[in-house]
Write a new protein. Structure first.
Length: 176
């Protein structure tokens, strides 16, 4: 083998080894990140699992106005860019799993709602405390849907957060 060829081989081997080490470090780092988060959420779950949740409409409304209204509108009617929450299947479905998933991680990609196409980016609100998220979601469901809708509790929110801890990017509709 001539000298040049062996330099090339050494170089290629070096690059392969480097990228392997980098990807191992990144994988490890990512796993550590999610396992730390899972641990924190599990602690939180243990702390609140026996506490009674009571819906606070005033707080739910104030938070909705602060965090959601600028896109979805005061009456949840949306507009040509942002979909309505009023009569939204995901928002009003009896099982709140999809709703909690959308609000904690966000939503992106094409969706068709009430005969209109939307393709925006719903931001993630996973950093908002679970109890406050529950207030917002109950406000949304009761005000834009059925006032007698059963409550989503802070524990429901935490459980979904634990189940989806590995998801680090916004959902697409097909993954919900
Ligand atoms: C910056 C604008 C913006 C804000 C603020 C926002 N959203 Fe959204 N939301 C969107 C967009 C855009 C979509 C649709 C995403 C897509 O097209 O894939 C969406 C989708 C949704 C959906 C799914 C509706 C359906 O029928 O599929 C729900 C539920 C929702 N948002 C709730 C909320 C709540 C609750 C808040 C406040 C905590 C909030 N959003 C704040 C932009 C926003």
């Amino acid at each position: 083998m001539n000298k040049n060829k062996s330099y090339v081989l050494i170089f290629v081997a070096f690059m392969l080894a480097t990228s392997l080490v980098v990807s191992l470090i990144m994988t490890f780092h990512f796993q550590q990140d999610t396992s730390k988060l899972r641990f924190e959420l599990t602690q939180k779950y243990k702390e609140i699992k026996d506490q009674e949740y009571t819906y606070d409409k005033k707080r739910g409304k104030a938070l909705y106005q602060d965090l959601c209204m600028k896109c979805h509108g005061e009456q949840g009617r949306g507009n040509s860019i942002y979909p309505p929450l009023y009569a939204s299947e995901i928002a009003l479905e009896k099982n709140p799993k999809k709703l909690i998933k959308v609000v904690t991680k966000g939503l992106q990609g094409k969706i068709k709602r009430q005969n209109k196409l939307y393709q925006g980016a719903m931001p993630a609100f996973g950093a908002i405390p679970a109890k406050d998220l529950a207030h917002i979601l109950n406000f949304t469901r009761k005000t834009f849907g059925d006032p007698k809708h059963t409550d989503i509790s802070a524990v429901d929110v935490i459980k979904i957060k634990i189940d989806t801890v590995e998801r680090t990017s916004p959902w697409e509709e097909k993954d919900l």
